[in-house]
Design a protein around this ligand. Structure first.
Ligand code: BEZ
Length: 398
């Protein structure tokens, strides 16, 4: 059934986290009449946009990911022009640890190869140099590292606020919260999207609901193979007020249930400035579905993090003062961190349904919105998304 004019849009974006708002912003710039639907409130803490800081980094083991991080830079610069707040605190990226370890972030030597191939400057480090220059201690002599100066701590709350305000100002973009999508029907070329606030129609969909991806794509008859991590974070009080860390990640082999990979941030003005955030990059109990999640961090993950801080960091009280959690969907297919694709061909009008799912994408926020906008409006992107496409046996019909 045809919807009234104020219920009809060129594009409906499902998911109002950082990537959904970025897509709403870029669609608005292209003068596409856009509706962004958020199932909870905008700026909520219940999905993958929870928390207030993220890492921008260029090192990746794959050259195409290094390229994507480089290509994201001008879009961060553009977003920066919309706010007086500094979005990227450029403290650098420090990767260090056991050079033989391959983690969810990759491997140090492979990242060095990819950086070299794309002429990205970095410095190689020994364990002793990491200790003397970056305040870590008791590192095994076999550890190596790299420092890349363009890495940054992202003020993620300010990023989301900037995008939200840009969407609010844009005459082409509408924002509806408390609007979970409960049905998507197709009527010829039109999608009719049902929410508690009404039925809205469009010829294009962009689906970016973060960890809730399956509940949305199931409405179109397909599913995705993902696991869900309820990631914990801890804040440790500085005992040395002057101590400063870069953004960092340590590569180590797991020991039993201790996944033993940790990452951390500098002290930043926007996030408990007297504290330093350190977090485990593993979960002891991955979830089968987002519904299993609680907002309580796993106490063993916190204890392992605290123990690592006590053993290997200086200038911090190793008792976690604050904690937080963030829910993320991760692809079960090896080496497929981010999935960017159209819906599979057995879904009618599949080329009008753009999907972004899984992986750690905050560092690409302003760029990913642009890519998804191009896919929705032009049917292709100037950025090569072929490494992120999955082949249609991955998106399974249900
Ligand atoms: C990342 O840079 O993608 C990342 C950093 C820390 C934990 C997880 C992901």
């Amino acid at each position: 059934m045809a919807q009234p004019a104020d219920h009809h849009f060129d594009v409906i974006v499902v998911g109002g986290g950082a990537i959904g708002l970025s897509t709403g912003y870029h669609l608005g710039k292209r003068k596409a009449k856009t509706l962004v639907l958020e199932q909870f409130n905008f700026k909520n803490q219940l999905g993958s946009s929870a928390g207030v800081s993220r890492q921008y980094r260029i090192p990746y083991p794959e050259e195409y990911m290094v390229q994507m991080a480089l290509d994201a830079q001008p879009y961060w610069e553009e977003l920066q022009t919309l706010t007086p707040k500094t979005l990227l605190d450029k403290v650098g990226t420090l990767w260090f640890g056991d050079p033989s370890v391959h983690s969810t972030e990759g491997n140090i030597a492979e990242a060095e190869q990819a950086l070299k191939a794309l002429n990205v400057p970095y410095t190689s480090l020994t364990a002793k140099e990491i200790e003397s220059q970056y305040h870590f201690r008791n590192l095994p002599d076999t550890y190596t590292g790299l420092f890349q100066a363009d890495g940054a701590s992202i003020d993620f709350r300010a990023t989301i606020e900037t995008l939200y305000q840009a969407c609010e100002r844009d005459p082409y973009t509408s924002l509806h919260e408390e609007s979970p999508v409960t049905g998507i029907e197709q009527d010829g070329k039109l999608f009719n999207v049902t929410t508690p606030k009404g039925v809205f129609s469009s010829e294009k969909l962009v689906l970016v609901p973060g960890p809730y991806i399956d509940s949305v794509i199931n409405l179109l008859g397909f599913t995705i193979e993902a696991t869900y991590w309820n990631m914990s974070s801890c804040y440790f009080k500085k005992t040395d007020p002057k101590i400063q860390y870069p953004t960092w990640f340590v590569f180590q082999n797991a020991i039993g249930s201790n996944g033993n990979q940790f990452y951390g941030f500098p002290g930043v003005v926007w996030d408990h400035p007297e504290y330093i955030r350190v977090a485990p990059d593993f979960v002891i109990d991955p979830l089968e579905s987002p519904e299993q999640r609680t907002l309580v961090p796993n106490p063993k993950e916190l204890a392992y993090t605290s123990e690592w801080v006590r053993e290997h960091m200086t200038g911090l009280d190793p008792t976690p003062y604050f904690t937080s959690t963030c829910l993320i969907a991760l692809s079960k297919i090896a080496n497929k961190e981010l999935l960017i694709d159209f819906a599979p061909p057995y879904v009618p009008n599949h080329h009008n349904i753009v999907v972004y799912a899984t992986g750690w994408a905050a560092k690409f926020t302003p760029f990913l919105g642009k890519i998804l906008t191009e896919l929705a409006l032009d049917g292709h992107s100037t950025f090569d998304i072929s490494p992120f496409k999955l082949g249609y046996n991955y998106f399974k019909a249900i």
